[in-house]
Ligand binder design. Structure first.
Ligand code: 87F
Length: 685
């Protein structure tokens, strides 16, 4: 098959012949550069000829920039497909009559047996004209999507049409590791952060993907981390007298809108149930995005006397916020797990102590459990929870992306909600009072932050305190050795460790070799690996390998539990130390505007003097605009960081509680007015 055959076929179908000749091209990208091809004014297709062991040949006709993940193709194409490979040149010639580099849907002329399924990318089908090779790569012709479909129909090839969202989209395939196999990570953290992150959480069996955008399955490996967090925090708040409860997830429209400031701005994210079965509901009902409006009407009933205070309630639940920004597992999902605490007090001081104590627990979860350093501070007026009086926050930092991220917030609500929901009580003097309220929330986002901070090019790295399995024992079985002695010793060591409170797994699966097991547990981030081979058996020792540093040491059986306990504590401590050093290195003091954007460009956070007066919000907005404009001008970058789908604009993270001295007369870096505090800025998630 060649250009003449295709031309004849076009004539038969009365498709106009618009064809150019050029030097042979091997790759789509080369074609995009050629003036002759550009003159056709068409979108250029990329044609991938692939083969599945079971289901046979497929020709994927997709937009030139579409990146496909071969492993996800069976999910996309169905038809009992299992495992795709690129088909070779011989098959391309045989099945489609196309020469090297000239795979083309027009090749269906050759496939009288109908062995090749043609898959068309819907986005490409939206183009005015599409460029194709007439089965040889030194000619390109243009035809409309309808003409292409007519051509395929003529040769009895009903194409499969696939929406771009369904075709695995990847912004850019960069940062792929050399020679990576499909079990391990194919991307590096520095080279392609988003793909690396996706693979870490998927291949470590933390997350399974789901067919509703922004929703993910939390598998046991990540859910246990959440359990470790809930257990810790639940213990702490119970000691403070907080009680758990559960309120309905549904809220009526009238209630949801009871406090205007609170819902305003958030309204587009509220998800509604409007139907049951095939009938419309009389009144649509919202799914909780947070529970102030659900809980406070009940508080109004329950709080009548000063004896009813403090009221300290918390609930563990999920909430739904229907966001349209690019989702990221854990960090930005449409449903997420959290706890929300809602308390009411007789004095401002008592409420504020509650706010601060909770913030302290949040910091402890991040630092003591997840080994992620955070900075405590107040949100500015612009960034605080609008329904409340004052918001406190813990802010974390992801060194690999240079992005800050809000860790959790604890609000002093003042009396705003009390007034709106008519929560009133009689004080000791018999006077009507409105209580001081607080609310505070901590979410599964924290798990994503931990992954982003600690994991590496080999996979997840789990801080020992939260690792579902802290130690894995891998027996090294050699051929011809006495299996019983080895497995006896291995399970003995496992029991000893278990007895000393360590979470141990003995991996005695006989269908995997030790190397495979090492990779598997490294990917899952288990802190310590114990290797037990014949030599170790002789010497009554075991080889211990640290996941975070890969450091190896031989430990005698006699002191194993003590040594392991020590190593786990050390590793936990050093993980926090390392993350803190990286975070601190990214904290820069900036006193003049000219240094601000260059600091952010380096992936740093900036601590600046700030006026923080009635005009503060205006100046924050100014910084947002100016920082974005300057960043774009400086780097020719895009408004969104392609790596993270986050804005390049800076915003305030917090007014840190710990304030460096502010020399008298220091000017605000943006307004030029007298500064009253230091504010922390960054690009953020
Ligand atoms: C989205 C839709 C509707 C955040 C929303 O931080 C309402 C809201 O009120 C909303 N997204 N918020 C703020 C939540 C404030 C507060 N609630 C209790 C917390 C901690 C837990």
């Amino acid at each position: 098959m060649g250009v003449e055959d295709v031309k004849a076929a076009f004539e038969g179908l009365s498709i106009p012949w618009e064809c150019v000749e050029h030097n042979p091209i091997e790759k789509v990208e080369e074609g995009l550069e050629l003036d002759s091809i550009k003159s056709l004014g068409c979108s250029f297709a990329k044609n991938l000829f692939i083969k599945d062991k079971k289901a046979g040949f497929f020709l994927l006709v997709v937009t030139a920039d579409r990146k496909l993940d071969m492993k996800k193709l069976p999910g996309l194409l169905g038809k009992g497909t299992k495992e795709f490979r690129f088909a070779d040149e011989a098959a391309l010639k045989e099945k489609l009559g196309c020469g090297k580099g000239a795979a083309s849907p027009l090749g269906v002329m050759t496939d009288a047996a109908g062995e090749v399924t043609v898959v068309l990318d819907e986005e490409l089908m939206g183009a005015a004209k599409i460029g194709c090779h007439p089965c040889q790569n030194d000619h390109t012709l243009a035809l409309t999507p309808d003409q292409l479909k007519a051509f395929l129909a003529k040769y009895s090839h009903e194409p499969m049409l696939k929406a771009p969202a369904k075709i695995e989209e990847e912004a850019k395939v960069v940062g792929k590791k050399e020679g990576a196999d499909s079990k391990g990570l194919e991307y590096t953290k520095a080279g392609n952060f988003p793909n690396w992150y996706q693979q870490v959480i998927h291949k470590s069996e933390m997350i399974e993907f789901y067919d509703i955008s922004g929703c993910y399955i939390l598998r046991p490996w990540s859910f246990s981390l959440w359990e470790a967090i809930t257990e810790f925090f639940d213990g702490r708040i119970k000691k403070m007298g907080v009680k758990n409860c559960y309120f309905p997830m549904f809220v009526s429209e009238a209630k949801l809108n009871a406090e205007k400031d609170h819902v305003e701005g958030f309204a587009p994210e509220v998800a509604w149930v409007t139907r049951s079965g095939d009938g419309e509901l009389e009144q649509p009902i919202a799914i909780r995005p947070t529970s102030e409006t659900i809980m406070y009407p009940a508080y109004a009933c329950w709080i009548r006397s000063h004896r009813d205070l403090p009221l300290l309630l918390n609930q563990w639940c999920s909430v739904v916020r229907w966001e349209f920004k690019h989702p990221t597992p854990f960090l930005r999902t449409r449903e997420f797990l959290w706890q929300e605490g809602h308390t009411a007090h007789g004095s401002y001081e008592e409420a504020d102590k509650m706010v601060m104590d909770i913030l302290g627990h949040y910091k402890a979860i991040y630092e003591e459990l997840l080994a992620v350093p955070v900075i405590k501070g107040y949100k500015t007026e612009k960034e605080k929870f609008a329904g409340g009086f004052r918001t406190t926050t813990v802010e974390a930092y992801v060194p690999a992306t240079g992005r800050a991220i809000q860790g959790a917030t604890s609000h002093n609500l003042g009396k705003n909600f009390g007034k709106m929901f008519k929560i009133e009580y009689e004080d000791k003097q018999g006077q009507k009072q409105i209580p001081w309220q607080t609310s505070w929330g901590f979410t599964t986002r924290s798990i994503g932050v931990m992954v982003m901070v600690h994991s590496d090019d080999t996979g997840l790295v789990l801080p020992p305190r939260v690792a579902p399995i802290q130690v894995v024992i891998v027996p090294i079985v050699m051929s011809g050795m006495n299996l019983d002695t080895l497995s006896g010793a291995a399970s003995d060591l496992a029991s000893q460790l278990r007895a000393s409170g360590v979470r141990v797994e003995l991996d005695d699966r006989d269908n995997y070799n030790p190397g495979w097991k090492y990779n598997y547990w490294e990917l899952k981030g288990v802190p310590l690996r114990l290797e037990l081979g014949p030599k170790d058996l002789e010497k009554r020792q075991v080889r211990v390998v640290r996941r975070d540093t890969n450091a190896k040491l031989d430990v005698p059986w006699s002191v194993l539990p003590q040594q392991i306990a020590l190593l786990l504590v050390q590793m936990q401590h050093e993980m926090l130390e390392r993350a803190t050093a990286l975070r601190d290195a990214a904290l820069k003091t900036v006193v003049e505007w000219k240094d601000f954007v260059p600091t952010l460009q380096l992936g740093h956070m900036a601590l600046t003097p700030f006026c923080n007066d009635e005009e503060a919000t205006h100046f924050e907005e100014l910084v947002k605009e100016k920082s974005k404009a300057e960043a774009l001008a400086a780097s020719g970058a895009e408004a969104e960081d392609a790596r993270t789908s986050t804005s390049v604009a800076a915003k305030t993270l917090c007014i840190p509680f710990e304030q460096p001295p502010l020399p008298e007369g220091t000017k605000c870096f943006i307004s030029g007015k007298l500064a009253t505090c230091w504010v922390l800025w960054g690009r953020s998630y």
